[in-house]
Design a protein around this ligand. Structure first.
Ligand code: GCU
Length: 613
């Protein structure tokens, strides 16, 4: 009897208690394929800068108007300044360039409720902490500036006028991910699109359609339906989902499910394989009950063999570049497909087949564009420099960001590497933290490689440097950041240096480089001249090309980007000047040095050779 009561209680909690909890955290992230019915809430939003955060006690979220002439209401969104969403506030208004703190956003919209429809309010990203109210009801909070989140608003939505209020706070915190020190601008705001997504009462919450690791003729599909009761295997009307790939004349039922209610199926398929040279995407249609979605998915395999990276079973050299999500020409967060296309086109012009998107997940359009344009992607979460590795809440936060970027980008063929960290200090808490992150990433996606960037190389002697960072044990690919000729030593020192690595795994030089102000010229020993940067690249490429385990590189960095740490007036002016492009899109001399090197690498790769590509 007691046992039956306990089971009933668990069942009750599972089926009916969920909405009660939603008040604090977002709902599970729902898949947002292009075919979803969406209503954009982008545009000009009312804003109130609130450095002392008086908006909470003054109930800004009520968006109240004075009821009478005696009624005291000390805010009025409709008369407040407007800011563009998506967009950071720092680059939209000169006086907000350095602003870090709370900012209130409000917009009204009208909506027509529909029968048998559920609605989710979806944010592409908000930096950093966001609190969200709809019609005065708190939906919940979200932490993390670079991953999507959503709330179910089916109940809270009204027929007709609705008022949405979002408090955004980009204040940096020691326990944050990232923490208080970064070398990029802490752009605040609703930096990516906001939309309402309409779905049937039971819908496809998440799906992944991938090649089985190492099998280029076996597809594996997993998907989850929402609401949860399906997860308990209690089927309503027959939902069993099907997966169709019309171009391959494939239609498969996918009804098997595991204990968690995740449905899955595997089947043979012989798609044209996706690669940077041939970014082939297929329409994939998944149906379940009333729900039907279409996505555009490419199929490829990615794995390692010794110190080589294999794409579709063949060794590949990653001709890469690192890049921030900074808008070309105007600065600020890149927000549009045009911004993204420009950045990828510049990388293509350099001769790249690979981009390291740093140090946080960039917008989804960028990843989908990489799929379409044929650019391999390193996708990173902002476990950057010193964070509180000993703090369990920080690990939860980092894992949540990892879970959400994997859920968002899992079906993108372009993404080959999940990166769990950049330049973190070696130490027992950190090692345990990153081991746990690597295992978590693998548990969510066993088809891709796990990487991280370490700058913990050591000098053996003047001619020998080594990377023995214990982090390498947990990774599939080793990332090395080294700044020989900029932060230490002379450019020419690179000519003598031999590198060794503790782990026999593929090595990617995830960062090297030096600063140059576009148009500043002089002899090649003068810092910040284009000549210095170009010469540094020549010495670097000679050194790196001698590394036997070298499987790729992504020099630092595609374009000059804003950083609060770069204060050298007349040269940096709050920009990190290590770009091969200036922030105005001008190509520096070093651009041509790398372009030539990649051109040779591409030619080499085109000539099949027995040993190494
Ligand atoms: C580091 C770091 C970057 C930084 C770069 C630099 O390696 O990973 O985020 O911008 O060095 O110093 O320019």
């Amino acid at each position: 009897m007691k046992r039956a009561l306990a089971c009933l209680l668990v069942l009750f909690c599972f089926l009916f208690a969920q909405p009660l909890f939603a008040q604090n955290g977002p709902a599970p992230l729902i898949a947002d394929p292009p075919s979803r019915t969406r209503i954009s809430l982008d545009g000009m939003w009312n804003t109130i800068i609130d450095p002392y955060e008086s908006g909470i006690s003054s109930h800004f979220y009520e968006n109240r108007k004075p009821a009478s002439k005696t009624d005291l209401v000390e805010y009025d969104f409709d008369r407040s300044p407007k800011l563009k969403v998506p967009g950071d506030w720092n680059s939209q208004d000169e006086k907000l360039l350095f602003y870090e703190g709370p900012m209130w956003y409000q917009r009204s919209f009208s909506y027509q409720k529909k029968a048998n429809k559920r609605v989710f309010l979806y944010f592409g990203a908000v930096n950093y902490l966001s609190r969200v109210w709809l019609n005065g009801t708190k939906l919940g909070e979200h932490v993390g500036g670079y991953t999507p989140f959503n709330f179910e608003v089916t109940e809270q939505l009204k027929d007709g006028d609705n008022s949405l209020v979002v408090e955004v706070d980009n204040t940096r915190h020691l326990e944050g991910v990232p923490s208080i020190h970064t070398d990029w601008w802490n752009y605040g705001g609703i930096t990516r699109s906001v939309k309402l997504i309409e779905v049937p009462e039971t819908f496809i919450e998440h799906y992944s359609v991938q090649m089985v690791k190492g099998h280029s003729e076996q597809l594996s599909v997993s998907l989850e339906l929402n609401p949860g009761y399906v997860k308990l295997g209690i089927r309503g009307p027959d939902m069993s989902p099907t997966v169709e790939i019309p171009e391959l004349h494939l239609k498969e039922s996918c009804a098997e499910s595991d204990r968690q209610g995740v449905m899955f199926c595997d089947f043979r398929a012989k798609p044209e394989l996706w690669s940077p040279e041939n970014p082939k995407l297929y329409d994939v249609i998944i149906s379940a009950g009333q729900d039907r979605i279409t996505d555009h998915i490419g199929f490829r395999t990615i794995e390692t063999r010794g110190t080589q990276i294999l794409l579709n079973g063949k060794p590949i050299f990653l001709r890469g570049i690192s890049a921030h999500e900074e808008a070309p020409y105007r600065g600020g967060r890149a927000v549009s497909v045009d911004d993204d296309r420009t950045l990828i086109s510049w990388a293509k012009e350099l001769g790249c087949n690979f981009m390291r998107l740093t140090h946080y997940p960039h917008n989804e359009d960028m990843i989908r564009l990489a799929d379409q344009m044929g650019m391999l992607i390193w996708d990173e979460v902002p476990v950057y420099w010193e964070i509180q590795f000993q703090n369990p809440g920080v690990l939860d936060n980092a894992k949540t960001q990892l879970r959400d970027v994997i859920a968002r980008d899992q079906n993108r063929a372009a993404v080959i590497i999940w990166s769990i960290a950049n330049e973190t200090p070696i130490g027992p808490e950190r090692n345990v933290f990153l081991k746990s992150m690597a295992e978590y990433a693998r548990s969510l996606d066993s088809t891709r490689l796990i990487g991280a960037a370490s700058d913990k190389a050591t000098h053996i002697d003047a001619q020998h440097m080594a990377l023995n960072d214990p982090l390498g044990e947990y990774l599939d690919v080793i990332g090395l950041n080294e700044y020989v000729g900029w932060y230490f030593g002379k450019k020419e020192d690179a000519d003598q240096i031999q590198w060794s690595f503790k782990y026999q795994k593929p090595v990617i030089i995830t960062e090297f480089g030096g600063g140059a102000q576009y148009g500043l010229h002089g002899d090649s020993d003068t810092r910040f001249t284009e000549e210095y940067q170009a010469d540094l690249y020549r010495h670097q490429l000679t050194m790196l090309n001698k590394i036997p385990a070298l499987a790729g590189m992504s020099p630092w960095v595609l374009m000059d980007f804003r950083s609060p740490r770069r204060t050298l007036s007349g040269i940096q002016d709050y920009f990190n000047r290590k770009g091969l492009f200036s922030d105005r899109g001008q190509r520096k001399q070093a651009f041509y040095v790398l372009q030539k090197f990649y051109d040779e690498k591409a030619k080499q790769a085109a000539v099949p050779s027995p040993s190494r590509q």
